[in-house]
Design a binder for this molecule. Structure first.
Ligand code: MCN
Ligand code: CUM
Length: 795
């Protein structure tokens, strides 16, 4: 078609070329676009049974009794399991990724609406669901803790009575920066602006919900678990520790995944249920949650209530930022974050600015809501941090009557200051902010937009221009200070070149749609000169891939991508020894030209990587001390995180009659260092920008005072469609990471992190004539309407 033709001319068709980096259509799309993908729910095993979960209708209640007899007698039912059954097996509780414990099935109490109370295994899904209705549970309803601000009041009901000696709903306190120094700088400032900023609870809502198929073979003693996991190796190790099955007897397989967005990082009770179900029945057992189950019970995101303060001089030099955060962690602390970072990487709330001081104090509490906290392209809480700083900087611009672009330009960390240590101790590896900002302004036609806005304002029309400039910290992490439950955050990579010069690379990370099968082939191609089409990328199966911590926090490129480049270099080093023997020259006399070694000064004499691969497996002796085969493995431990940045500009129009916000234009300039595949990068950015429109304008998981989840379906939890999103205008700058072997930084979450403040800043800017300095997300028509009428936004 015309469309295909015109689009395809944009692609360097380098699938067959030895050149690695550049636009290239995705290898996995041949399968995914033709319906040949294989997702967990496509797994069908002989004799497979189906599992359904009974969930609590109450947010907080004591379980008085459970009668399963009618369910057990229901047609097709093979097993009904309650918390009491699990307790007998020592499996009623499991560790969370944050060193808390979570109920696999509730025993004493239920602690959030949707919590797992019992499960049924039956011959088909319908029988299992029908039997749920027959389980008779008597609850004694307790007062729930729903308003996070009241969680620590002395008379608040105590949620975690299971924790010995627990007399309140406190999870942790956390602090960073220098409180005294910050107070001193604040005391000397000309201007201080303070704002209460809420980042509401949202949900990643991936297209595919969570699920698993467990198959325990009692003869082999082997457990096979197909599951929707972003971190198959880490999950396997935890199953081994919890279930006591030896690790080598567990195979975790993450097949194709229909979107993860952090929702598939935690270990959910349902996965464990399917394992127990298979052990108990001796048959393979499938569990697949429905949309409502996914929305009410799996890893939510955000839920930070932040008091932000910024101190500056009268002429707009930002001096310090401080913040006090109340974090809602739900009923179990199920956040996934490196152990030493209970608030993830929120510490980068100082943003892209050169400050004199900064301080953050945080308190995290339990409430009667679903656990979670890190999900939805969060970059380990950098979304909250970026929203905080970019919102408060805009409030400062409002106060100083300064242009928000000018204010930012005036305060950027300067290129010569990198590597830059922030006042909270993060070492930004590289950055050059002003060109990125200027490019975004140029693409937007910033000055022209401001003129247009002035004219419109004079006519009473509501147009807003919002800016956000962000720095992210991605690629967790150096194992010296980052681990999850004691597992260091490094990644393995194995590369094997077959005799005919085709390759297979095995990764520890797991794509959920990010295109790793393409981009990791491109990394190897770039290093070895083997065409991407000749390189198979294996991932997601613990029996066939090396150990590593998995895909989240945009860490695949910074960590695993580095491993892939380095393992290819290791292979190249060995290939060089063989080449020197084949060409009968010393190693020092060889030049590498992509895909071949050449004799210095005699380009006619060369051997390709494919020739060398054949030679390592071929007849005849190899040079002394060189083993046969062309393969290598590596475990990469990053020396630092990578710090991508970006400048986003959003233009909105607000209907003064209905208060409806329309995003008219969105300009996104991203800098993720060396770009492996610009098409995939743009796809990542487009997706993240759509996320931003969702969060800024419509998405929120809220609860009524009884703890009923008000976002339990996609009719109540709105997500954006093509109708609410504009044609994205993307651009880029390139500031390579100095410590990454190919200079690449992560990109997978940048746009989700950077776009909400740009949109909110635009809406608030449009509402300037009403004297609005801040309004909380989601900026639904009713909230915008309230803001226009000077009414406070209800929490
Ligand atoms: N890339 C590139 N050049 C760079 C950086 C990245 O070409 N300089 C490419 C990578 O090779 C990869 C993709 O961009 O194919 C994303 O890379 P990276 O930034 O390393 O992020 P991850 O692969 O680790 O993906 C994780 C990230 C996260 S944490 C969330 S959440 C999110 C996101 O990716 N979930 C997604 N994007 C998603 N996209 C899809 N389609 N589905 C999800 O669930
Ligand atoms: Cu925090 S969502 Mo992503 O890191 O899988």
């Amino acid at each position: 078609t015309d469309l295909q033709d015109s689009k395809l001319t944009e692609f360097e068709d380098n699938d067959q070329k030895p050149v690695g980096f550049g636009r290239m259509l995705r290898k996995e799309d041949a399968r995914l676009l033709r319906g040949r993908g294989r997702f967990v729910d496509d797994v069908q095993l002989p004799g497979m049974l189906h599992l359904a979960i009974l969930r609590s209708p109450f947010a907080h209640a004591t379980i008085v009794s459970i009668d399963t007899s009618a369910a057990e007698a229901s047609p097709g039912v093979k097993a009904v399991v309650t918390g009491e059954t699990l307790k007998g097996l020592g499996l009623a509780w499991m560790p969370t990724l944050s060193n808390d414990v979570q109920a696999v099935l509730a025993t004493d109490k239920v602690r959030f609406q949707g919590q797992e109370v019992a499960f049924v295994v039956a011959e088909d899904r319908y029988q299992a669901r029908d039997a749920l209705e027959l389980i008779d549970v008597e609850y004694d309803v307790l007062d729930p803790v729903i308003d996070v601000r009241k969680a620590l009041e002395p008379d608040a009901p105590i949620i975690r009575t299971d924790l010995e000696g627990k007399t309140n709903n406190h999870v942790f306190d956390w602090e960073t920066g220098d409180e005294e120094e910050t107070a001193r700088v604040f005391a000397e400032a000309d201007v201080i602006v303070q704002e209460d900023i809420v980042y509401p609870r949202v949900h990643p809502a991936p297209m595919e919900t969570c699920g698993s198929v467990a198959d325990f073979d009692p003869v082999e003693g082997k457990l096979r678990l197909w599951s929707t996991t972003q971190a198959p190796h880490a999950h396997r190790t935890l199953y081994a520790i919890v279930a006591g099955i030896p690790e080598h007897k567990i195979q975790v397989i993450a097949p194709d995944i229909g979107g993860g967005f952090g929702n598939k990082v935690p270990i959910y009770p349902g996965y464990v249920h399917s394992i127990v179900g298979s052990i108990v029945t001796g048959k393979p057992v499938k569990w697949m949650e429905d949309r409502s189950e996914n929305l009410i019970s799996t890893g939510f995101a955000r839920d930070y209530i932040m008091r932000a303060e910024i101190a500056a001089t009268n002429d707009g030099k930002i001096l310090a930022i401080r913040t006090n955060v109340l974090a809602d962690h739900g009923a179990f602390n199920g956040t996934a974050a490196p152990v030493k970072y209970p608030a993830g990487f929120f510490g980068v709330f100082t943003g892209s600015y050169d400050l004199k001081a900064a301080h953050c104090k945080m308190t995290a509490v339990y409430t009667n809501k679903a656990p979670g906290g890190v999900a939805y392209a969060c970059s380990f809480r950098i979304t909250e941090a970026v929203y905080l700083v970019e919102r408060i900087v805009d409030a400062l611009a409002y106060q100083l009557e300064m242009d928000p672009a000018e204010l930012r330009l005036k305060n950027f960390i300067q290129p010569e200051q990198f590597p830059y240590t922030t006042k909270t101790g993060w070492v930004y590896d590289s950055g050059d902010y002003e060109p990125t900002m200027r490019l975004a302004m140029e693409m937007a036609g910033y000055d022209e937009l401001r003129r247009e806005q002035a004219e419109k304002r004079a006519r009473g029309e509501l147009m807003g221009i919002g800016i956000s400039f962000f720095t992210e910290a991605v690629g967790a992490g150096p194992r010296k200070n980052m681990d999850i439950l004691g597992l260091g955050m490094a990644d393995g990579c194995e590369l094997r070149i077959h005799p005919t010069g085709k390759a297979v690379v095995r990764l520890s990370v797991k794509t959920q749609g990010q295109g790793h099968e393409t981009t990791f082939a491109q990394i190897i191609a770039e290093e070895l000169g083997i065409p991407p089409a000749d390189i198979d990328v294996l991932h997601g199966d613990t029996d066939n891939t090396p150990f590593g911590l998995g895909t989240y926090g945009s860490r695949s490129t910074p960590v695993s991508g580095a491993a892939a480049a380095l393992v290819a270099r290791k292979v190249r080093d060995k290939a060089k020894l063989i080449a020197s023997a084949m060409l009968e020259v010393s190693v020092a006399d060889l030049d590498w030209v992509k895909g071949a070694f050449q004799v210095k000064g005699d380009p006619g004499r060369s051997v390709t990587i494919q020739d060398i691969a054949f030679r390592t497996h071929g007849a005849g002796d190899l040079p002394d001390g060189v083993e046969g085969g062309l393969e290598a493995q590596i475990c990469y431990n990053p020396s630092n995180l990578t710090y991508p940045h970006g400048a986003y500009i959003c233009v909105v129009d607000i209907d003064p009659g209905t208060a409806e916000v329309k995003v008219r234009r969105f300009i996104a300039v991203d800098d993720c260092g060396t770009r492996i595949n610009p098409m995939i990068i743009e796809g990542q950015v487009h997706g993240g920008l759509a996320d931003g429109v969702g969060m800024a304008l419509m998405e929120m998981i809220s609860f009524d005072s009884d703890g009923n989840c008000l976002g339990a379906s996609l009719m109540d939890y709105l997500i954006p469609t093509a109708l609410e999103t504009p044609d994205w205008e993307t651009g880029y700058t390139v500031t390579p990471s100095p410590h990454h072997p190919i200079g690449a930084k992560g990109i997978g979450e940048s746009a989700t992190v950077g776009s909400p403040p740009a949109i909110v800043n635009a809406v608030v800017d449009a509402l300037k004539p009403f004297g609005v300095r801040h309004a909380d997300m989601p900026l639904t028509p009713s909230r915008v309407w309230d803001a226009m009428r000077g009414q406070a936004t209800p929490p």
